[in-house]
Design a protein around this ligand. Structure first.
Ligand code: MHF
Ligand code: KIV
Ligand code: MG
Length: 264
């Protein structure tokens, strides 16, 4: 049965939520067939699909292109799409229109946007339009030019308090779930216990209500950088390199194709 927003909310304190990114049909198929709860069409596609050094350049048209392909590959998972940098920050009417385009043109289920109390009016307006919103606190990569690095957030008392308060603000604004990225595990635990919507951690320890990782990171396919929170469950880049090298060798040696791969 297809997973819905109410089902995700209901999983808090009952069953851990599994979430993974996907940017195309083939990866979405794999995640969905494996039984993932949520697929995120992350703006991390800037790094993984486009080779950029931040998520800043991604456009609404580009996430829509990827989200359409993901939709084709997923039958059961809930599909959440990241709202790109500057598609929701300037004014809330533009934010509603962009969130609406994303849902309407892709058939996906919800949007995610980064930020705390400053975005309460934006989030509540998008939700009022009938579009479910997932929040994102802690390390918010679209603010890389303010932060200056991708280091963990909320390590001092003042920032920890701000993030914890922001989680409450997001809950009041009507988010159905909150991603907590790169924060101390104790802070993530306190937030998880203080809000009534599920938290989904990435680099936030074991006490969140769910976990999310980038598909290409956890399968060892992407290695431009490797945050501490990434666990490699496969080594696909090594497999792919070995495969392509073997193919080249056999082509050069006239060993491929044999009659098995020829029309006789
Ligand atoms: N492939 C990929 N995976 C991601 O998890 C990811 C993206 N891209 N793009 C968007 C953001 C950027 N992210 C990042 C990028 C780098 C670090 C990183 O280098 N972290 C250091 C922090 C060290 C510290 O806090 O002291 C690390 O070593 O973990 C973390 C998250 C997470 N997101
Ligand atoms: C890392 C996750 C949470 C994300 O926002 C992304 O992939 O863009
Ligand atoms: Mg993102």
């Amino acid at each position: 049965m297809a997973i819905t927003v109410p089902k995700i909310k209901d999983m808090k304190d009952k069953e851990k939520i599994s979430m993974i990114t996907a940017y195309d049909y083939t990866s979405a198929r794999i995640a969905d067939e494996a039984g993932i709860d949520i697929i995120l069409v992350g703006d991390s596609l800037a790094m993984v699909m486009q080779g950029k050094s931040s998520t800043i350049p991604v456009t609404v048209d580009e996430v829509i292109y990827h989200a359409k392909m993901v939709r084709q590959g997923a039958k059961n998972a809930l599909i959440v799409v990241d709202m790109p940098f500057m598609s929701y920050q300037a004014d809330y009417v533009e934010a509603i229109r962009n969130a609406g385009r994303i849902l309407k043109e892709t058939g996906c289920d919800a949007v995610k946007l980064e930020g705390g109390r400053e975005f309460v009016p934006t989030i509540s307006s998008i939700v009022a339009a009938g579009i479910p919103v997932m929040g994102h606190l802690g390390l918010t990569p679209q603010s890389i030019n303010i932060f200056g690095s991708y280091k963990a957030r909320g390590k001092d008392e003042a920032e920890a308090t701000k993030i914890k308060e922001d989680a409450k603000f997001l809950q009041e604004a009507g988010v159905f779930s909150i991603v907590l990225e790169s924060v101390p595990k104790q802070l993530a635990k306190e937030i998880t216990e203080s809000v009534n919507v599920p938290t989904i951690g990435i680099g936030a320890g074991v006490h969140t209500d769910g976990q999310v990782l980038v598909f290409h990171d956890m399968l060892g396919l992407f290695d431009d950088f490797k945050p501490k929170f990434v666990k490699r469950y496969a080594h696909l880049k090594k497999d792919a390199l070995d495969g392509v090298k073997q193919y080249i060798k056999e082509v050069k040696a006239g060993e491929f194709p044999t009659d098995e791969h020829s029309y006789l």
